[in-house]
Design a protein around this ligand. Structure first.
Ligand SMILES: NC(=O)c1ccc[n+]([C@@H]2O[C@H](COP(=O)([O-])OP(=O)(O)OC[C@H]3O[C@@H](n4cnc5c(N)ncnc54)[C@H](O)[C@@H]3O)[C@@H](O)[C@H]2O)c1
Ligand SMILES: [Zn+2]
Length: 668
């Protein structure tokens, strides 16, 4: 077989297989852009060598085939496809061909190219009779019961001025919202996800159980009249006018349809809707430009599988295919280790993409992706590029599993993945350069060391200017060094140094909280402080012992044990103590002094004699839980000066209310 003939035969077979996956299984394995490239290659070869064109060539047929599980419906008039243009130049050439054939008086009807599934709906005497898919263009599938469930499709036409038989042609679509919800449900159940809303709409329409279709929230817009009987029935003489007629009968027609007179107007329409594409409720993949005058349409006629009088003016592809060359692991500000795919650069959604997040280990497992795979990448609007699928048939023999590193790529600390959590984290904490900024912000924050004036901006600059590496460095800062920071004069710098000095005096609980151990919040830190009393005792404790502390379960105990097992964490703690951080001894609290155990307290209003955080710590030391809002479970509300809505609520609920004086009495 000559090489060309061979290639034509191969491309034909390959494309037919893709057609089957796309139209019959609703589960394409390659992006449309790749399919279009293959198809264009075949078209070019067939044009050069028409003698080798095969009867089963996808260039000669529309779409897929009608599934045998449905009744077959022969269309009253074939349902065709559309030719494509991809840029202004190609569109101008299309326009020129039309102008050459029709002469002047030309206008266009421009419509969004809805990315769903074509259906034909027949109304007899104004009553919905039957509906069919496009199928192979000649014969479709009887999906009457399923289409009946689509709420926006009228079951009877409005008014009385419609033909006895009218066939409506339009697109069934799945709005983005419904698509996301459907895939989310599938993700939870571990089912296969739909690649895009088009395939999801098609899959939903071709269900044997129309209850399933009904649950999928499909939409519909008509874009043309099909057969009308009697043929003498008076219809508008323009496509636009016929769409208005459809609308007047109660059939939904997109509000985005416009009449355009010139190429410039069509271009303006195209760019305008392209810009709004991501904010539309449903997916569109271009615009459809149709010759508006029906008389012109008739004189232009058809080619093999599409009208000559219309074209699909496609948007640049949002999905492309490329190679996954490797995976890098990045450490985020909170220690999350994120796998980032290194891609062979590919132009998609208007930009060149060379990497994409793989999110986490679960996502890698869901995609089943390996290094060396060919993947489908999607970039829609401003959304960050996503890897949506692996092209299974292109996997090379030497594809490699993606393995998470055991150690942080930034600081070499161990990484951990807690059971039940998707995220893998570096355990380096303060020691890890990637986490330093967040860790030090936390360290200085109000509920931790509470360094007055040490806001997020200051911390960021201190680290960027390399004045601070670990929190212990804060205590070595001088006022003159700090004047290097933006908007930091000598006066404010001196004030900040003084605030840092004041912060050295703290409580054991605050110190523990400030270390930023995972899941050790304020309350847990207070419980740990009350239980262990000294840093030495805490450092010597085992995971089993941590579990004895109130509020500490196995997970938090594991975090604690892990944190204290890292030499660099112990080093940071030692340095902080060396820098002069100190706290008063934690008082011996006898068991009977836990007089508020089991109670929930709330503080509100301004306390004038007590510091609010101290008051809270003391209440906790007596065993109370201090909550942020009043509910019927609140045992006592402390109302300081100018107490507002919480006080009202407590009174409404009959919760006990005391003032600051009474609180002081209790605490002493
Ligand atoms: N990835 C794959 O494996 C694969 C396989 C087969 C086909 N495809 C893709 O499918 C597309 C070809 O499919 P097609 O032949 O159904 O053509 P098409 O979807 O590109 O265009 C024709 C269809 O557009 C729809 N349409 C939407 N809005 C319309 C409007 N306002 N007026 C008229 N029609 C409107 C109609 O359903 C019509 O049937 C290409 O994009 C191709 O890449 C992909
Ligand atoms: Zn690290």
């Amino acid at each position: 077989m000559p090489a060309i003939q061979n290639e034509i035969a191969q491309l034909t077979a390959e494309l037919n297989q893709h057609n089957y996956r796309y139209y019959v299984d609703d589960s394409p394995s390659i992006p449309d852009a790749e399919y279009d490239r293959l198809l264009n290659r075949l078209k070019a070869l067939e044009t050069e060598h028409p003698e080798f064109c095969r009867p089963d060539s996808p260039t000669q047929r529309v779409g897929g085939e009608a599934l045998a599980k449905f009744e077959q419906i022969k269309h009253l008039k074939p349902m065709l496809s559309l030719d494509n243009v991809f840029d202004e130049q190609e569109f101008t050439a299309f326009n020129q061909r039309i102008v050459d054939k029709t002469g002047k008086d030309l206008s266009y009807c421009c419509e969004p190219k809805l990315d769903g599934l074509a259906v034909s709906i027949v109304y007899r005497d104004g009553v919905f009779e039957r509906a069919a898919t496009r199928g192979d263009g000649q014969t479709g599938e009887d999906i009457t019961e399923n289409v009946r469930t689509i709420k926006s499709i009228p079951l009877t036409l409005r008014g009385d001025n419609f033909p006895p038989l009218v066939e409506v042609r339009g697109e069934v679509i799945m709005p983005h919202k419904a698509f996301d919800a459907l895939n989310e449900r599938a993700r939870v159940k571990g089912d296969k996800l739909f690649v895009n809303p088009r395939n999801a709409a098609a899959g939903s329409l071709r269900q044997l159980d129309s209850k399933i279709t009904a649950s999928r929230a499909l939409g519909f817009y008509a874009y043309a009249l099909g057969v009308v009987e009697p043929e003498t029935w008076e219809l508008a003489d323009s496509h636009y006018g016929q769409l208005e007629q459809l609308r007047s009968w109660g059939v939904p027609v997109s509000q985005e349809v416009r009449g355009c007179e010139t190429v410039a107007e069509v271009m303006a329409y195209y760019y305008d809707i392209q810009q709004r594409r991501s904010s539309l409720e449903f997916e569109i993949d271009g615009v459809v430009v149709k010759v508006n005058q029906i008389a012109h349409q008739l004189s232009l006629g058809f080619v093999a599988k599409a009208p000559r009088w219309a074209t699909a003016f496609k948007f640049p592809a949002q999905e492309e295919m490329t190679l996954l060359e490797g995976v890098d692991f990045q450490v985020g500000r909170t220690g999350a280790v994120t796998p980032v795919a290194r891609l062979k650069p590919v132009f998609v959604g208007g930009v060149t993409v060379s990497n994409a997040t793989l999110h986490n280990a679960d996502e890698i497992a869901r995609l089943g992706v390996k290094v060396g795979d060919t993947i489908i990448i999607r970039r829609a609007g401003d959304v960050i590029p996503q890897i949506v699928a692996v092209v299974a048939e292109k996997r090379p023999d030497d594809a490699k599993d993606i393995v998470f590193p055991a150690h942080c790529p930034v600081c070499d600390s161990e990484v951990e993945r807690v059971e039940g959590e998707a995220v893998t984290r570096c355990t380096g904490g303060l020691f890890c350069e990637a986490q330093r900024k967040e860790a030090i912000k936390h360290f200085a924050s109000r509920k931790a060391l509470d360094i007055d004036g040490m806001g997020d901006k200051v911390v960021e600059q201190l680290i960027d200017k390399e004045l601070v590496e670990s929190p212990a460095d804060l205590f070595r800062l001088t006022a003159s060094a700090m004047t290097m920071l933006e908007r930091m004069g000598m006066k404010s710098a001196t004030k900040l140094v003084a605030a840092i000095e004041v912060a050295k005096q703290t409580t054991f609980a605050r110190f523990l909280y400030a270390l930023g151990i995972r899941e050790v919040g304020e309350a847990t830190a207070a419980n740990l402080a009350a239980y262990f009393k000294t840093l030495e005792a805490l450092k010597a404790a085992s995971a089993e012992e941590f579990i004895k502390v109130d509020d500490v379960g196995t997970i938090v105990a594991a975090h604690l044990a892990h944190f204290l097992a890292q030499p660099h964490n112990l080093e940071v703690i030692d340095k902080l103590v060396e820098a002069g951080i100190h706290w008063p001894a934690v008082e011996e609290v006898a068991e009977e002094d836990l007089s508020l155990k089991g109670q929930t307290w709330v503080l509100t209003g301004t306390l004038t004699q007590l510091n609010r955080n101290d008051a809270k710590a003391k209440l906790q030391a007596l065993g109370a839980k201090v909550a942020g809002s009043v509910s019927k479970n609140t045992d006592c509300l402390v109302a300081g000066a100018a107490a507002g809505s919480k006080l009202t609520k407590a009174q409404e609920l009959g919760v006990k209310v005391i003032d600051e004086e009474a609180l002081i009495a209790i605490l002493s």
